[in-house]
Write a protein that binds this ligand. Structure first.
Ligand SMILES: *Cc1c(COP(=O)(O)O)cnc(C)c1O
Length: 478
């Protein structure tokens, strides 16, 4: 495919900019453009075709099934975008006087109230721009709490080996030492091992729940009490709240801090590093440490308040990614209490439906009982028998117009494929996906070399994964 700069014709004239009808003023020395502005010389039709062509070279939820575990790539209701596009939300400036943006402040205020109710917390803060950023912020709250009580020995955060990878990373970034606890054979936190590692240096415990093998921690109340009894706080990674929202609340399970990924559960399309929101929620006793300013409402007037001296300070310029919060609030208000519960129940039902239909063909290491919103397949046997890896399998799915599931994660499962169908897929789509998974599995035994060579129908075959991650070429050299 040609670059847009290689299309069009420079001699035809570029009429994008109107004639200048104001006096020309020279900019100060040092700020002048040093070379001609390089713009593509193309017509509107050519631009339109160019971008349409580009969209065909990528794969999103609008193209097909996208069961990327731990990422919740679901179809997001378009009404959320319509609301987020309203000029009163999209044409505002963060430095506008408060009385001109009362509606926007109300959005934050309401989102705080609803999400606090949904999680069983007392407050939510919307500054964090992503899940990992929410983790960092939440851990800083835990740190501030212990420091405030002069309990300065508490520098350890306990993280189970089934946690999301960002958990130990955030704990380390927030200045803690990470202590790992192993999982039992069934895939749950080993409470005996947990009892052994807690102590006077325990600052807190981070739990991804459902964990990364898609299981709800069975002993969750026991786990949170072990930590509380040792003087630590409990952190809930609620990035994937779509497994429990409307059904159970972290606040009722003994958690003090939680983060959510609005760009997963609460319906903002994500991927490619687009704007996200990882609000952090906490119980009342931690409220004074939250980032400032906070939004308060008095006599129906919303204002920013910046008075807590114990606040950990700002974690982001201005107030986070506002339009993501608008979408989340729209989602919550259109679905309502029952709708949110339905969404979770369907997410769990869809995952179980797929898991149970695949378990006779595939090894599903922790698939004995029921899963939550996702499950993990292990292709270790296929790798041994036919040298077909999880990567080969995932690449082959692309030729069937299925986006690969998450690969090689969680780390405790070898040759892992982590499948999350989400609540927005129909039974027909799931049935077709089940058929394709089985077909690819058969093909792997009959003609394994085909899987090594796939995908064959896509614009790109197999890029050098390391180079693509470490040295991505993101722009043409023009
Ligand atoms: C996605 C995810 C995160 C990290 O969220 P980002 O927005 O990518 O930083 C953390 N925990 C879990 C369980 C997740 O699925």
């Amino acid at each position: 495919m040609k670059l847009i700069f290689e299309k069009g014709n420079t001699n035809r004239g570029l009429t994008l900019m109107p004639e200048c009808d104001v006096p020309v003023v020279n900019v100060s020395a040092g700020f002048e453009r040093k070379r001609e502005l390089n713009l593509p010389h193309v017509s509107e039709t050519e631009i339109s075709r160019h971008y349409t062509e580009l969209t065909k070279r990528t794969f999103g939820v609008n193209n097909g099934f996208y069961p990327l575990g731990s990422c919740t790539m679901k179809y997001n209701p378009k009404i959320n975008d319509e609301i987020a596009r309203l000029p009163g939300f999209s044409d505002v400036h963060p430095l506008q006087p408060e009385h001109t943006v009362q509606g926007c402040l109300e959005v934050y205020y309401l989102a705080d109230k609803y999400l606090s109710k949904i999680t069983g917390m007392d407050h939510m803060d919307f500054q964090p721009a992503a899940g990992a950023h929410g983790e960092f912020t939440g851990l800083k709250l835990i740190w501030a709490y212990h420091m405030d009580r002069n309990d300065t020995k508490r520098d350890k955060i306990i993280v189970p080996d089934s946690a999301h990878g960002t958990n130990p990373a955030s704990a380390a970034m927030a200045g803690f030492t990470v202590i790992n606890v192993p999982s039992t054979e069934e895939g749950f936190v080993d409470t005996d091992a947990l009892r052994e590692v807690v102590g006077e240096d325990t600052a807190g415990f981070m739990l991804t729940n459902p964990n990364t093998i898609g299981l709800f921690e069975e002993n969750i109340l026991e786990i949170t009490s072990i930590i509380h009894e040792a003087g630590g706080l409990n952190y809930y990674d609620g990035a994937n709240l779509n497994a429990i929202m409307g059904v159970a609340r972290p606040g009722d399970m003994g958690f003090d801090v939680v983060h959510l990924n609005l760009h997963k559960t609460f319906s903002t399309p994500h991927g490619g590093g687009g704007p996200g929101s990882g609000p952090v929620g906490c119980k009342e006793f931690l409220a004074k440490y939250l980032p400032t300013p906070r939004i308060v409402c008095r006599d129906n007037i919303y204002t920013f308040e910046d008075k807590s001296e114990k606040s950990i300070g700002r974690v982001k310029d201005f107030y986070g990614n506002f339009l993501v919060v608008v979408r989340a609030l729209t989602y919550i208000m259109t679905l309502g209490r029952e709708g949110l519960k339905d969404a979770s129940e369907n997410a769990v039902l869809n995952a179980n439906y797929m898991m149970h239909n695949l378990k006779d063909t595939f090894t599903i290491p922790f698939g004995k009982g029921r899963c939550m919103h996702e499950f993990v397949i292990s292709l270790e046997k296929l790798k041994k028998d036919k040298s077909v890896s999880a990567l080969d399998f995932a690449k082959t799915l692309l030729d069937y117009d299925i986006h690969p599931p998450t690969m090689y994660f969680p780390l405790i499962v070898h040759e892992a494929l982590m499948v999350e169908p989400t609540e927005t897929e129909t039974k027909e789509t799931l049935d077709r996906a089940i058929e394709i998974f089985k077909e690819v599995h058969n093909k792997a035994y009959e003609e394994p070399e085909l899987l090594h060579a796939s995908p064959t129908t896509k614009p790109i075959g197999r890029p050098d994964e390391v180079m693509a991650a470490r040295n991505p070429i993101l722009r043409a050299n023009t």
